[in-house]
Ligand binder design. Structure first.
Ligand code: ZDP
Length: 384
């Protein structure tokens, strides 16, 4: 079971490409225990979340689902969707200008690859009604949920906004001096936020430049939060603290966020980078395969995980058609006299003959390295 790790400003994700699955990704149930173990930085691969690229349920090109490191599912993920865009582009060989319509639990989100390798995302409109965040805070004078919360012996003036997922924004005079661990952990589960919340401390340097620290729902302190940066810009703009377009500095680096006056949509621009491609060891692979395969329709053969296309949906093979052995062979070889697999096996035998294990390891390393270097040279950003 292959996956890739990507990071956007140090917010890191494990990505699985399940786009060729034969039924919509919404059929998949969550598997919190497995996600928690995969995301564990010592016992697992290590990540802030797991992202699945799945077939769309309606109209869009694909569906994204995102699970936090604690196994809970989030509606959306800003850094994650930038990582997803780079991941898809790297897998498919797509370049600047490519855009994807992605179904998420927060609606249709549209990332686009830019010429410099950054990803620009139309994050849609923010949610400013208390019920849609969701929050118990009432709509305040600035036109978004606002209130004062008693916490850790202090009163905090906060505002809330949704980007599909919930965010509380706390403007302060000095983000560095505060105990994010304490404030974040307490605000995440504050009764004013029935679905828990992501927590953002923000300091206004000037109306076009904000400084943030992030406590993520389900993940704790992270280096960046894309949806959080969007919610923070919207909240700060409504509170009269910043412009519609600003740079938001997160611990992992800057994001550019704009709340477009014409469309009412929030636009986010920032980086996303590949870290490595991996293959899960057999016990993990079996579990992941069982997770993805568990949603397979009744017609799927027992014990088989991913079904790219159900065999009975294939058109009958015609004489002279190229053979797609990946699917045809599952029903037995249709044209043994012209079997391309036999030719491939002969090639492999010739390759193996007379080579030592060391030679083969060297060969594999070289090809992995050249693949990675090839990928990086596409965006002109230099080596790995
Ligand atoms: O809403 C949540 O539960 C978040 N932890 C989801 C992830 C959000 C993220 N940090 C982002 O960039 O938007 C990845």
């Amino acid at each position: 079971m292959e996956f890739s790790k990507y990071q956007g400003l140090g917010n890191d994700f494990l990505l699985f490409d399940l786009r060729r699955w034969s039924f919509p990704g919404s059929a998949l149930t969550a598997h919190p225990d497995l996600v928690r173990r995969l995301c564990d930085r010592r016992f697992g691969v290590g990540a802030d979340g797991v992202i699945l690229a799945l077939p769309a349920a309606s109209g869009a090109e694909l569906q994204m689902r995102i699970f936090n490191a604690d196994g809970s599912e989030a509606e959306m993920c800003g850094n994650g969707i930038r990582c997803l865009a780079r991941f898809l582009a790297d897998r498919d060989g797509d370049g600047p200008g490519r855009r994807w319509e992605v179904e998420t639990a927060a609606g249709l989100i549209v990332p686009e690859l830019e010429a410099d390798g950054q990803v620009r995302v139309d994050m849609g409109p923010p949610f400013l009604e208390p019920d849609s965040v969701p929050t118990q805070l009432p709509t305040g004078p600035a036109g978004l949920p606002q209130g004062e919360l008693e916490l850790l012996g202090r009163t905090w003036a906060v505002a809330a906004a949704g980007m599909g997922n919930p965010h509380v924004v706390v403007p302060v005079s000095d983000v560095a001096s505060l105990d994010l661990e304490q404030i974040g952990a307490a605000l995440e589960v504050h009764p004013a936020f029935p679905a828990r919340t992501n927590v953002h401390l923000v300091q206004v340097l000037n109306p076009a430049h904000l400084l943030m620290r992030v406590w993520e729902r389900g993940a704790g302190p992270t280096l960046a939060c894309g949806t959080g940066a969007c919610a923070t810009l919207v909240a700060c703009h409504l509170l009269g603290l910043c412009d519609r377009l600003a740079r938001l500095d997160l611990p992992g680096g800057p994001l550019q966020i704009e709340w477009d006056a014409g469309t009412g949509h929030v636009l986010m621009r920032g980086p996303a980078e590949p870290v490595f491609d991996g293959v899960l060891a057999p016990p993990y692979a079996r579990e992941v395969d069982a997770w993805f395969g568990a949603a397979a329709p009744d017609t799927a053969p027992q014990g088989v995980g991913l079904q790219e296309v159900a065999p009975q949906q294939l058109a009958p093979q015609q004489e002279g058609d190229p053979i797609d052995c990946a699917t045809a062979c599952t029903q037995g070889c249709l044209r043994p006299e012209a079997c391309p697999s036999a030719a491939a096996r002969a090639k492999v035998a010739a390759l193996l003959e007379g080579r030592s294990l060391d030679d083969l390891v060297r060969l594999a390393n070289d090809s992995l390295e050249s693949r990675l270097l090839g990928r990086r040279s596409d965006d002109g950003a230099g080596g790995v």
